[in-house]
Design a protein around this ligand. Structure first.
Ligand code: SF4
Length: 364
């Protein structure tokens, strides 16, 4: 594959995608973009990238910000651990007097895995490191014609080592970006566009007609289902009670409907009352929602209830403009409660059932 890198880089020079984070060598901007792109498509990430940098233009500004403000700017993107880790890491970077310049140095920062470390160190500092994510793994498996499942450690290592041998000296950052663009424009997950691929001469899968069969993956067992009960408590002006989640764990630091794990309202009621420090009286079932996490699927039963005293925790927020970062299921419920026609409890009418998408079921 002697000319592989030069052909790929020549193609990239003319066909590389234009993104705002590609017009800078500022490690802070490149780092923010890489964190955004971990779980978000580039087109979706662009406005968040610009909004984040508008709110926190430097690592010092990010380090000085409150976590709550960072989460609010991040709201809607999901995977909030990314924002929490960015914030923690910014404080470390400022405390240690500047950004690391090596892959190993970047790996010491919270939330920075091997891919992000290699991407930032190679693009911002010219480190000779290969940034291997799932997309580049797919390209590598096809180029090398690897039949073993790519979610096995040894397969991943094999691809990593083979692609590392192709890194052009002094141009690892460009090479990494070129592989990313090849993955997103030609070597697509389904129906790769080998006809426009600049490196098909080197591609084993293409030569063997296996490009649509590779890469292979192990069969995964279905995700376990866990049940939760969330409660909507409103004050006399229709505002909804949200509680702040613990900083560690799922949706850490976000404001969510009070919830506990349980299969039914009756089973969950004592724990909900303990959480809020008040007795609850059920008004009606609102809806059921599902949300898929990395390791499980959560099934939420959402119930509206009344309280006879002020809950000992949480804050009441207007459902249309909560003013705090909220998780997706809470946002779905709040959005529906905020729509015109949603009833005010002071009228004595309960809210309409909340319609759900993506597998949710609405109570009659
Ligand atoms: Fe991917 Fe096809 Fe190019 Fe091979 S020839 S790298 S399968 S797009």
């Amino acid at each position: 594959m002697d000319n592989f890198a030069s052909v790929l880089l020549a193609w990239f020079a003319h066909n590389g995608r234009s993104f705002p984070w590609r017009r800078t060598r500022d490690p802070y901007r490149i780092w923010v973009s890489e964190v955004l792109l971990q779980q978000t498509r580039a087109e979706v990430a662009i406005p968040y990238y610009e909004g984040f940098l508008h709110a926190f233009p430097t690592v010092e500004a990010l380090a000085a910000a409150d976590l709550e403000e960072v989460l609010r700017v991040w709201e809607g993107l999901g995977y909030y651990a990314r924002a929490r880790n960015l914030h923690r890491a910014a404080r470390l970077v400022v405390a240690q007097g500047g950004f690391p310049t090596t892959v190993e140095g970047w790996r010491q920062l919270p939330g920075v895995g091997p891919y992000t470390a290699a991407a930032v160190a190679s693009i911002a500092f010219g480190e000779e490191a290969l940034a291997l994510d799932g997309n580049v793994l797919r390209v590598g498996a096809r180029l090398l014609g690897i039949l073993d499942p790519i979610d096995e450690v040894r397969t991943r290592r094999r691809i990593q080592e083979a692609l590392e041998r192709l890194l052009p000296p002094g141009r690892a950052g460009e090479f990494n970006q070129a592989l990313m663009d090849l993955a997103s424009s030609a070597c697509l997950p389904k129906r790769p566009r080998c006809g426009v691929c600049p490196v098909r001469a080197w591609c084993t899968a293409f030569h063997n007609g296996l490009q649509e069969q590779l890469p292979r993956k192990r069969r995964r067992p279905p995700k376990p289902l866990r049940h939760f009960v969330a409660v909507v408590v409103r004050d006399s002006s229709g505002r909804v009670l949200l509680v702040r989640r613990p900083l560690k764990g799922i949706w850490g630091g976000l404001w969510a409907l009070p919830e506990v794990e349980g299969r039914s309202y009756r089973a969950a009621k004592p724990a909900l009352e303990h959480l809020l420090g008040v007795r609850l009286r059920k008004r009606r079932a609102l809806c059921e929602l599902h949300h898929t996490f990395t390791h499980f699927v959560a099934a939420y039963t959402v119930v509206e209830a009344e309280v006879e005293a002020v809950p000992r925790t949480g804050r009441f927020v207007p459902p249309g403009s909560p003013g705090v970062a909220v998780p997706v299921p809470t946002r779905k419920v709040l959005s529906r409660l905020a729509r015109p026609g949603a009833p005010n409890p002071s009228t004595g009418q309960g809210p309409r059932p909340v319609p759900t998408r993506g597998g949710g079921r609405v109570h009659p």
